[in-house]
Write a protein that binds this ligand. Structure first.
Ligand SMILES: Nc1ncnc2c1ncn2[C@@H]1O[C@H](COP(=O)(O)OP(=O)(O)OP(=O)(O)O)[C@@H](O)[C@H]1O
Ligand SMILES: O=C(O)C1=C[C@@H](O)[C@@H](O)[C@H](O)C1
Ligand SMILES: [Mg+2]
Length: 173
């Protein structure tokens, strides 16, 4: 089965950025669930949300998550913000991997998501700061029960790859 590490957390928490760095550090292959979905559908997630609906996205997301977790060998997988919160996805993640909740303060998330000028995050596109803040708080309230099921939780504004590597070492010892 191999050593699998899955990063979960709210949009903007740094799952993709940290996941890439972690995979280089550990010499594990890297997968980003959002990128796998984009490759599969052949358009952006924003377009898919517009043309289909969220339900179709969540079904596809769960299918791609399953497939990736069943790959042979070690890997680092960065998920989309909603991935652990639908169907039995969090149970699946915890069955096949060491899950890590990247828990970043709301204020920092809002600041990062305000730089969403390219519209790569459809949920936050063109929203004023107050609406981004409300959205983050609403998502956090609804999703924390899933994120908190992660095997490791790291909280703070400056979560680094080194911190993740150290937490993994402690968890496994
Ligand atoms: N440790 C960090 N310090 C400062 N900025 C960061 C850090 N990690 C990520 N960022 C910045 O925050 C933004 C969001 O990062 P990233 O895309 O990795 O988040 P994500 O959790 O994958 O989001 P999503 O759920 O939308 O895929 C990016 O602009 C990235 O450059
Ligand atoms: O938090 C979410 O629900 C999402 C986050 C993104 O990573 C994408 O997976 C998609 O835009 C949905
Ligand atoms: Mg990401």
């Amino acid at each position: 089965m191999g050593d699998k590490i899955v990063l979960i957390g709210l949009p903007g928490s740094g799952k993709s950025t940290l996941g890439k760095q972690l995979s280089l550090n550990l010499h594990y292959p890297f997968y980003d669930l959002d990128e796998l979905i984009v490759d599969h559908i052949g358009c952006s997630i924003a377009q898919f949300f517009n043309e289909k609906d969220e339900l179709q996205f969540r079904i596809l997301e769960s299918t791609m998550l399953n497939k990736t977790l069943l790959l042979d060998g070690p890997l680092v997988l960065s998920t989309g913000g909603g991935a652990p919160c639908f169907y039995d996805n969090i149970e699946l993640i915890n069955t096949y991997s060491t899950s890590i909740y990247i828990d970043v303060p709301d204020k920092v998330l809002v600041k990062r998501l305000m730089n969403n000028a390219g519209g790569e995050r459809p949920m936050f596109y063109k929203l004023p700061e107050s609406a981004v803040k409300n959205k983050i708080l609403t998502l956090k309230q609804a999703r924390e029960e899933f994120y908190n099921q992660a095997k490791i939780k790291l909280s703070g504004a400056d979560i680094s790859t080194e911190l993740i590597v150290s937490a993994l070492g402690k968890f496994k010892s």
